[in-house]
Design a protein around this ligand. Structure first.
Ligand code: MTE
Ligand code: MO
Length: 515
């Protein structure tokens, strides 16, 4: 192999060892802020305002694996370059690595969870990478020199370099494996979560005399969305590259800002309070018409208004800026958290403690508002403030400050491009207008007259409702649409509107073949 190739390999080995050293240091000292996750999260935070269209897509479909792979490839390319640079123009390669160490430290500094010990990880990473690179490139230099001056003499120098390189690779593999084991050992929060016994709610969703779901809330239409979405199937949207790991025993929520007195509540205190359980349909503002970024769960929690009442919201405050441990913020109208709609500080989802990726130990759930302005997961602070004085995460990135959910309906069956037998064709799906409720749903085929669908019983105004209709369709291709009307008499918008900046509009349109 050419010497430049070996120099590049040296760069990759050095940076690889450095990254592993940094991740191990972070695992030991500061688990929630590793250099790699900090760099990734910083890139996510910085990019959207710079590349707006791209941000819109990122917001909708957070493809974290592709993103992490891209970062890994970028690091690899730079590591290879650093190796070659170090061989040709020492210490330029080490300077590149030092530069990356500094960037890593800046990224760590930008993380809200960072403490002083968090900086140990980028320092260790840079130090290890620099020392290994220098050692390998020196030994490569000795071999190169010999091979140029005396072909017979270069065997020992070559052997020494190869031993060093193989040694580094073996150490990288071993520590990499060790790091994986350490990381999986950090599942203490997962264990803690499964050990929690949720209290019995004082009150459940009306009209729940002994049952959460009224008779007739579920229609018998094959392929229709489950009325209650399972935790496994529930959509997930957040900016967290690595799911925040929050120890419930150490968790607390502070109420600050324009309040008569700051109050703080712990998880143990929350468990002792009279909790209520509500079915609430959550929706993401990025959901496209007919999309699947919406779901209904049974949430167990304490009404946010009770906590705000303890603190005493001062006159003039109109917004609560909820903050997550990972820095995400949402700006919610005070009114939505204090009126009768039962906005919750949720600790349970469908009978289980909140899943880690859905906000364990505590999150907000507010009926009627899109998640980005209300549903803060891993919530740690409620700052009572004014819309005029504060902006939330997505509001500074081109999304609307206010985010009421728009009335919408979705066709679940028939699926797009399916073949269905001629005759009675069942059109079924779900419709939602959180906090207002659905009055009726209509469907039509091929632009014909609207026909009223059968509406199931609603659990509450805050949940979606199943509907179904039977149309007579002849063989051939057909297109069906649905539209909902809310209980204020407002019809679902038929305009073709994209999700940004305040939610999609339009009629879900599904084409299929009748045979
Ligand atoms: N900490 C945190 N909370 C967050 C977000 C986030 O990025 N970080 N995303 C919000 C958005 S945009 C939505 S739609 C909901 C989604 O909640 P889910 O992932 O439990 O479905 O969470 C909200 N809460
Ligand atoms: Mo969202």
């Amino acid at each position: 192999m050419r010497h430049n190739t070996w120099a590049a390999v040296s760069g990759a080995l050095a940076v690889g060892l450095g990254v592993i050293g940094g991740e191990l240091t972070a695992a030991a000292l500061s688990p929630s802020v590793s250099p790699v996750s900090a760099v990734g999260s910083s890139v996510i935070d910085v990019l959207p305002s710079a590349v707006k269209d791209w941000a819109v897509e990122w917001f909708g479909t957070a493809d974290k694996t592709v993103f992490l792979l891209t970062i890994a490839v970028l690091i690899l390319v730079l590591a290879l370059a650093a190796g070659v640079l170090e061989r040709r123009r020492s210490p330029a390669g080490r300077a590149v690595i030092l530069g990356f160490g500094v960037l890593g430290a800046i990224a760590v500094a930008s993380r809200p969870q960072a403490t002083l010990v968090s900086y140990a990880a980028p320092v260790v990473a840079a130090l290890v990478a620099i020392l290994v690179l220098r050692a390998l490139i020196r030994s490569l230099g000795a071999w190169t020199l010999r091979s140029e001056s005396d072909a017979g003499e270069f065997a020992p120098a070559r052997r020494r370099f190869l031993q060093g390189a193989v040694g580094a690779a073996v150490i990288a593999a071993a520590t990499g494996a060790a790091a994986t084991v350490v990381r999986s050992g950090q599942s203490t929060v997962t264990q803690q979560r499964s050990a929690i016994t949720l209290p019995t709610p004082e009150d459940t969703t009306p009209p729940a005399e002994g049952s959460f779901v009224p008779d007739g809330a579920e229609l018998d239409a094959e392929g229709i969305s489950d009325l209650v979405t399972s935790n496994e199937d529930f959509y997930r949207i957040d900016t967290a590259l690595v799911v925040p790991v929050v120890d419930a025993a150490k968790w607390s929520l502070k109420v600050t800002g324009l309040v008569d007195r700051e109050v703080e509540i712990t998880y143990a205190e929350l468990l002792e309070l009279p909790l209520i359980e509500r079915h609430i349909t959550l929706a993401c503002v990025s959901n496209t018409v007919g999309g699947d970024l919406t779901g209904t769960a049974r949430w167990l929690g304490w009404p946010v208004r009770e906590l705000l009442a303890r603190a005493g919201v001062q006159d003039g405050a109109d917004m609560v800026l909820s903050r997550s441990v990972d820095g995400f913020t949402a700006g919610t109208p005070v009114e939505a958290l204090t009126d009768d709609r039962d906005a919750l500080l949720a600790i349970g989802m469908n009978g289980e403690p909140l899943p880690v990726e859905h906000g364990f130990p505590v999150r907000l759930v507010v009926p009627g508002l899109y998640g980005y302005v209300s549903a803060t997961k891993w919530v740690s602070e409620l700052e009572v403030t004014r819309f005029a004085d504060a902006s939330a995460y997505w509001s500074t990135r081109g999304w609307s400050t206010r985010g009421p959910v728009k009335t919408s309906s979705r066709i679940d069956v028939p699926r797009r491009n399916r073949e269905v037998p001629a005759g009675d064709v069942v059109i079924a799906g779900v419709a939602w207008a959180q906090h207002t409720g659905i009055e009726r749903v209509e469907v039509r085929a091929d632009g014909g007259p609207w026909q009223q669908a059968t509406l199931a019983e609603a659990i509450s105004a805050d949940t979606w409702v199943q509907y179904s209709a039977t149309l007579q369709l002849e063989a051939g291709s057909h297109t069906v649409q649905s539209r909902a009307k809310d209980r204020d008499g407002v019809l679902q918008s038929a305009a073709d509107v994209a999700p940004a900046p305040d939610g999609s509009e339009g009629l879900h349109t599904v084409s299929f073949t009748v045979t």
